[in-house]
Design a protein around this ligand. Structure first.
Ligand SMILES: Cc1cc2nc3c(=O)[nH]c(=O)nc-3n(C[C@H](O)[C@H](O)[C@H](O)COP(=O)(O)OP(=O)(O)OC[C@H]3O[C@@H](n4cnc5c(N)ncnc54)[C@H](O)[C@@H]3O)c2cc1C
Length: 378
């Protein structure tokens, strides 16, 4: 049960560790509910997956499973935050139509009426899987920065640059140990360290959160006006050898097209600065782009970025959100996998409720509790 109803007075000072979307949303909603919040980030805000994601949002794509209510609540919160923070202007919030397509060198160009005109390559139509009512996008780094700016200016969140090295529960509260021997104290702590979560000694034997590397490119087409707000989930069937390769196309309001590719589990390096793209994976994304659309072919685009990010994943593909077993007032919020940008706001509200009120009402956190891992070991 996450129903950790209060025996102590509610925490006033909360330390949130990790400045990705999950940490920033948690800090924002904690501070909005009245807590004094310190956010600790070792390098840059949204410098890891939270700045490199496609940031596609869907109301219904997690339906029929334990993630459905988290997805639905968070999609709604993204809509209301976009109004509050002028999302269309400040971080590229916009509704999209979403299609699946299959792509192959042996396909003939499709003339289907559901395909936008810029999808003029060797593509076979799939289906419309999202409308402007059910799918949308943001720019993840701009969103995270916009939310943090409001958290700082309106709700007094303090941001500290330091590497968290450990946590300890003491009689008077919790202590976060940072590099250089410093400590930051509070009444409660939330660890939102993405794929670095299990690197913390206190968590390594309790939860396994690991990184899956995903590559992305951002292409600026010469004829950007032709690119309409249609997201594409493409499956590419190479002519020889390899099996199918999935890639996702998210045109942005800035006229750029963001494309990201399949994921592979990798060793999590010490920091996000050490996550580098592999040239071969980047080349595959650029080649698929040219097969999907002549507007995205090599000679018709400027390559604006080639990146890789680590999605924080768990073995059962569910986030880990709850109090850490055996550590009172220490919480974890991580492992949000492919949908962390979508899940950010509702995860932030849920964690703020859990920490300050003793239980979450926005979503039922029971199935995300870290106790599911410790229970299996007994
Ligand atoms: C290429 C790609 C495409 C994606 N596309 C989508 C999408 O379309 N839609 C969607 O919903 N999601 C998408 N995701 C998933 C989403 O980006 C992640 O689930 C989400 O960003 C995870 O956020 P986080 O805050 O948990 O982790 P992170 O973004 O990894 O943030 C963790 C932060 O903790 C900091 N940190 C780590 N260790 C320490 C320490 N010891 N001390 C202090 N700070 C520390 C890190 O520096 C980092 O800033 C995508 C991910 C990738 C990689």
């Amino acid at each position: 049960m996450d129903d950790n109803r209060r025996q102590h007075p509610p925490p006033k000072r909360v330390v949130v560790c990790g400045g990705g979307i999950i940490g920033v949303c948690t800090a924002y909603f904690l501070a909005k509910k009245g807590a004094e919040v310190t956010l600790i980030e070792r390098s840059s805000i949204a410098g890891a997956a939270s700045g490199k994601a496609g940031a596609f949002l869907a109301l219904h794509m997690c339906d029929d499973g334990p993630l459905s209510s988290l997805a639905r609540a968070s999609f709604g919160l993204h809509c209301s935050l976009a109004e509050e923070l002028d999302g269309p202007q400040s971080y590229g919030y916009r509704p999209l139509t979403t299609l699946t397509i299959s792509v192959g060198e042996s396909e003939l160009p499709s003339k289907s009426s559901i395909l936008p005109s810029w999808v003029d390559g060797r593509v076979k139509t799939g289906e419309i899987i999202g409308t402007t009512e059910t799918t949308a996008q943001i720019h993840p780094q701009l969103f995270t920065h916009a939310l943090l700016a409001k958290a700082v200016t309106e709700y007094g969140v303090q941001v500290v640059t330091a590497k968290v090295e450990g946590i300890a529960v003491e009689k008077e509260g919790v202590v976060v140990k940072v590099d250089g021997g410093g400590v930051i104290g509070g009444d409660a702590v939330v660890l939102a360290l993405g794929p670095w979560t299990s690197k913390l000694p206190e968590l390594s034997s309790i939860v396994r959160v690991y990184g899956k590397k995903v590559h992305s490119v951002v292409l600026e087409p010469r004829d950007g006006d032709a690119i309409t707000p249609h997201a594409l989930f493409a499956t590419y069937y190479p002519a020889h050898g390899m099996g199918p390769i999935d890639s996702d196309f998210f045109p942005r309001p800035t006229r750029d097209v963001y494309i990201c590719g399949p994921s592979v589990e990798v060793e999590t390096p010490d920091g996000s600065e050490s996550v580098f793209p592999d040239p071969e994976s980047v080349q595959i994304l650029k080649s698929v782009a040219g097969i999907v659309s002549s507007y995205l072919a090599k000679n018709n685009v400027t390559v604006k970025s080639e990146e890789a990010g680590l999605m924080p994943c768990t073995d059962d593909e569910l986030p880990v959100m709850g109090e850490i077993p055996g550590m009172k007032r220490c919480y974890v919020a991580s492992g949000h996998g492919y949908w962390g940008i979508l899940f950010g706001p509702a995860s932030g509200v849920a964690m703020a409720e859990l920490v300050l009120d003793g239980h979450a009402t926005i979503v039922d956190l029971d199935c995300f509790s870290p106790t599911r891992f410790t229970a299996k070991k007994v």
